[in-house]
Write a protein that binds this ligand. Sequence first.
Ligand code: M6R
Length: 344
Amino acid sequence: MAKKKKFSTHMEKEIHEIPDVVLRIIQNYAPVFCERILPDVNELAKLFYECDTVHIAACGTAYHAGLVIGKLMEEHCKIRTKVYIASEFNPLVKSNDIAIVVSQSGETADTVSAMKRMKEYNIPIVALCNVENSTIAKTADWVIPTRAGQEVSVASTKAFIAQVLCGVILVNNIFYSKYGRLLYTKSELLNIPLQATKLLSRKREIKQLAKLHRKTQRIFFLGSGMDAFLAYESALKVKEITYNHCEGYAALEFRHGTMALVDDKTLCVGINTSQEKNDKLNNLMNDVKSRGSKIWNIDLFESGNNLSFVVGAIPSFFFALYLSKEKGNNTDKPRNLTKAVTIE
Ligand code: M6R
């Protein structure tokens, strides 16, 4: 019976909670993970950097957070990482491997069943989970509570950002234990809530954009590297609550077939949260424009900020929300879906 307060939907309220959620996570974890490495946290970090492969399994939005976490671990901590859709979890496992599951509800049947396989392999399981007394949290060997607070809307928003941020902090901790220095400083982390607040202030502009695209038939989100995962997540959100045809693509892969769908009833959204100009993405956006597509560039460049990807999905969350409202949909309870998928 959670209250919506001044907002008309839980989703809107939950997006607005993001600055507080990220600040709370940093205040809770940063001293633990980044300055004083507690013995048990150190032990966990050691498990990671001494393992052969980290296997990450999750579903839907949590899977997208898993992709982000896997990429960070591999790129920065140089640990081999494989990320699986939980229902397809069938890995080759070595005895010194380790597993991560990511879940908001902690009750997703496909993720629970992936955990059963992990148990059979007898490898340690770390859960990033929002509901602390859930099946997934209870089954795991280690739990990192994602502390997003209760999420009511079926479309996950603040929980996704919390999963990504907890992953960042975990990676920061592993990096520190391995190399004796921080990957992200506390002040870099503390910029995340500020950036989230700035992004909330763009909602009016995004509302207008959603209005403009009420009748758009196809929407594509395009991004490279980490932004490809934000593109997948953005597209899932749009599909889930607007019922529009929408896909997320690793930008350059779009040229290998799907680009044939681009016409004047298409919107292409380019996402760039990196510190550099993405010339290849810009060329692609110009190409789709010349083929009649409308374009929207979500450019979150901030000098010196290499953590923009953490909150990079906020503009798309707003876009999905307002497009859903434009269409008169029940944004919090989209058709055919439930908050936790407890059947396989
Ligand atoms: O509770 P979980 O995080 O395990 O749920 C996984 C997915 O079912 C969930 O993230 C789903 O994709 C969201 N409703 C998307 O917004």
